[in-house]
Ligand binder design. Structure first.
Ligand code: NAP
Length: 374
């Protein structure tokens, strides 16, 4: 697909304020935005097959061809007519080329034109479908939560390792410019020692049928809480201890939870709920500064960066990290990794997906949530 300036998403980013760059440099971490967030249009072209013609697949089929070098070549559904209707509803998905409609997931993963499979079904199907694609020789990008639990994720990664194929959880937010700068600030020491992280992901989603069904691994944690927990992990790693409280619905899914995580020198709170909407704020607190994400911590647009010791010695700087689309960054990462012969991404490695799932397994154990067939 031809790219033009409006589809080059990194070109639209404002420069990072100089004092933030100076703070990074003082901490010994020179930061080059263009290198840290490569332009998705410049990634090797990858031909995607979409497995499951549902809600989030629609966003993927829109963002990837519009804002990256990738394009959709095939869509697989349990019903061929649904795959075709999806293709008809996304006329730009193929970048001017015809998109194949498949009436089974087996046919999709066997399509020789498909370079990589994007799995966009409910969580309970992810493990078996990722294994199906890997067995057919196809690398996989699997929607979050990667699988229902850590044991299933290990099965998928073992299969990817054995087949020497790429696999990654579609934690798209880790590749967004706002999260990349935040991790650079937190990881460099520019904020001092991290003492506290909070992430609140509350959305009113009780009306969504899938989320109320325990057999589809519904509930707040695997759809919403995974962002909060993964955000904390991306900054502090796995906790040494945790507690969790929350409410269950009549169908047995978790409506909400508050997860308190302890580290040797820091604390974190990851909150999620499907029964009310919040500002979805986040905050990172260090001994010599912090970052406030007033809204959408998981896909940060406005970063309020505080440099210096509070209350007296601190200055506040803002960076607007708004980009159109969003999924193009993870898709470009997959394309770059596959072209380089890698089986995992350094930004979203297997160990991270496993650690986050281990934390979520423990949260569910404390809440008393078990999915049928686990
Ligand atoms: N990255 C994000 O921002 C984001 C946002 C929302 C959701 N997600 C994730 O994306 C995944 C899918 O969520 P979604 O909201 O897109 O789901 P969805 O629209 O309810 O379902 C997606 C597809 O999965 C298949 N499917 C659904 N229910 C099924 C059932 N009972 N039995 C067998 N197959 C079924 C269907 O595919 P066919 O009928 O075509 O075969 C359906 O079109 C989840 O893991 C979710 O956490 C990510």
């Amino acid at each position: 697909m031809a790219s033009n300036n409006s589809s080059r998403t990194t070109d639209q980013l404002p420069a990072v304020p100089v004092p933030i760059l100076e703070a990074l440099a003082d901490a010994g971490a020179s930061f080059d935005l263009a290198a840290a967030v490569p332009e998705p249009q410049d990634a090797p072209a990858l031909r995607w097959g979409i497995l499951g013609a549902g809600g989030i697949a629609s966003t993927f089929a829109t963002d990837v061809p519009a804002f990256s070098s990738g394009r959709i070549v095939a869509v697989g559904s349990r019903d061929r007519a649904r795959a075709q209707a999806f293709i008809d509803a996304h006329p730009d998905a193929g970048g001017g080329q015809a998109v194949h409609a498949h009436g089974s997931y087996e046919a999709l993963v066997s399509d020789p034109d498909v370079d990589a499979v994007y799995i966009a079904t409910p969580h309970n199907f992810h493990c078996e479908q990722a294994l199906l694609a890997l067995e057919a020789g196809k690398p996989v990008l699997v929607e979050k939560s990667f699988t229902r639990n850590a044991a299933e994720a290990r099965r998928v990664f073992d299969a990817a390792r054995a087949a020497n194929l790429f696999a990654m959880e579609a934690m798209w937010t880790r590749f967004l410019p706002g999260q990349v700068l935040l991790r650079a600030l937190a990881g460099s020491g520019a904020l001092g020692e991290l003492r506290y992280v909070r992430a609140e992901h509350l959305q009113s989603l009780e009306h969504v049928a899938r989320l109320n069904r325990l057999e589809l691994a519904g509930g707040a944690l695997l759809d919403l809480g995974v962002y909060s927990v993964s955000f904390v992990h991306s900054l502090l790693g796995a906790p040494t201890a945790l507690t969790a409280v929350g409410r269950l619905s009549e169908t047995g899914v978790d409506l909400d939870e508050s997860v308190s995580m302890a580290y040797p020198h820091a604390l974190a709170v990851a909150v999620s709920s499907m029964s009310a909407a919040s500002e979805t704020a986040g905050e990172v607190v260090g001994t010599r500064g912090g970052v406030v994400l007033p809204t959408q911590f998981y896909r940060p647009t406005r970063l309020e960066v505080i440099l210096g010791e509070r209350p007296g010695g601190a200055q506040r700087y803002e960076w607007d990290a708004t980009v159109p689309g969003g999924f193009q960054f993870e898709a470009a990462e997959v394309a770059r990794c596959i072209a380089a012969g890698r089986t995992e991404s350094q930004t979203m490695p297997w160990s991270e997906t496993l650690a986050v799932l281990e934390t979520m397994d423990e949260v569910r154990r404390r809440l008393g949530v078990t999915y049928p067939g686990e």
